[in-house]
Design a protein around this ligand. Structure first.
Ligand code: SF4
Length: 314
């Protein structure tokens, strides 16, 4: 048996930065440390932080007045910042800079009088944060039915923006359908689907060319991990989204010669390696990296974290 390891895989720069922010804040202020929403959508990572005293909450009213709170990588609405201020909370903002870029685009295009169609998942925290930049003003679509049902926003200029972690192929299909309905629809200046999503989807396509089964390490709440599973399935490969090795059964591996393995942008490499160990325990196998692109992206931790560390040093 052979395992093809997709590259790039696992942690992206935004996730790295967000987890680093929580770990470093915890080292400075100790437990309990409040985090608005799960810092990243990965169960093993969040469980381990919970054990060390991190409290995740979606309601800032749960955070005691005056406490430190970390905002998650997925981005937050201005109303959340206003609520934090009214409660005298000290915010460490771990919003991924690539999500912030979309928030800025929302404000820029609305100011210019554009209508904005936002392609994203209903109820996903990134979608909530982006729609919250201009409540009631963006037109959310998720699937072809919603594109067909969308009423023309009526503005002379119209642009679409997207969630960062969508399936690239599915999004292309939605954009094509939107352009048929609204020929004046403009593309954003650069794709809102982020580099990490693009790279991981390109890599999974490559390893799935010859695979019998695909394992995507990632949580059910992780949009980019779910997109990876759907890319694998679109290539005709049986694909599983798993939090870790315990979810792999012998039946899943029966009769398999080639396994494709990847991890979503919030999956730690240690967990991916434990999946390799689980598969190798079932049957001896060679492990072959398949790297479609080098990735060197790095985001600095928030300035507010550096200031916090300095204050505690002095
Ligand atoms: S998946 Fe993309 S947008 Fe999301 S945190 Fe990672 S780099 Fe940022």
């Amino acid at each position: 048996m052979k395992i093809l390891m997709a590259g790039p895989r696992g942690f992206c720069a935004g996730v790295d930065r967000a987890v680093d922010t929580v770990e470093r804040a915890l080292a400075v202020v100790g437990a309990p440390l409040y985090v608005k929403h799960e810092i990243i959508h990965n169960k093993p990572v969040c469980d381990s932080l919970k054990e060390r005293g991190v409290i995740f909450t979606d309601d800032l009213n749960d955070v005691p007045n005056g406490s430190l709170v970390v905002f998650s990588a997925h981005g937050s609405a201005p109303s959340d910042y206003a609520l934090a201020e009214s409660r005298s909370l000290q915010v460490l903002d771990a919003t991924c800079p690539l999500v912030t870029k979309i928030h800025l685009e929302v404000r820029k295009y609305l100011k210019k009088g554009f209508g904005i169609i936002y392609i994203g998942h209903h109820g996903h925290v990134e979608t909530i944060g982006t729609l919250g930049q201009a409540p009631g003003q963006l037109h959310l679509v998720t699937n072809q039915d919603e594109v067909a049902a969308l009423v023309d926003p009526g503005t002379p200029d119209l642009i679409y923006l997207t969630q960062t972690t969508l399936s690239i192929d599915e999004t292309r299909g939605l954009v094509d359908a939107l352009k048929v309905r609204f020929p004046r629809l403009q593309d954003p200046p650069t794709s809102d689907i982020c580099y990490a999503t693009q790279n991981r989807q390109d890599a999974i396509k490559e390893v799935c060319r010859t695979a019998d089964v695909c394992f995507v390490v990632g949580s059910q709440t992780s949009s980019n991990s779910k997109s990876l599973r759907s890319v694998a399935e679109s290539m005709g490969v049986r694909a599983y989204l798993i939090d870790g090795p315990d979810e792999i059964t012998d039946e899943m591996l029966e009769g398999v010669s080639v396994v494709a393995l990847t991890g979503g942008a919030s999956a730690p490499e240690a967990v991916i390696q434990s999946v390799v160990a689980r598969i190798s325990a079932y049957k001896d196998c060679g492990v072959e990296p398949v790297i479609v692109r080098d990735e060197h992206m790095d985001f600095r931790v928030p300035q507010s974290l550096i200031a916090l560390e300095q204050r505690h040093r002095n």
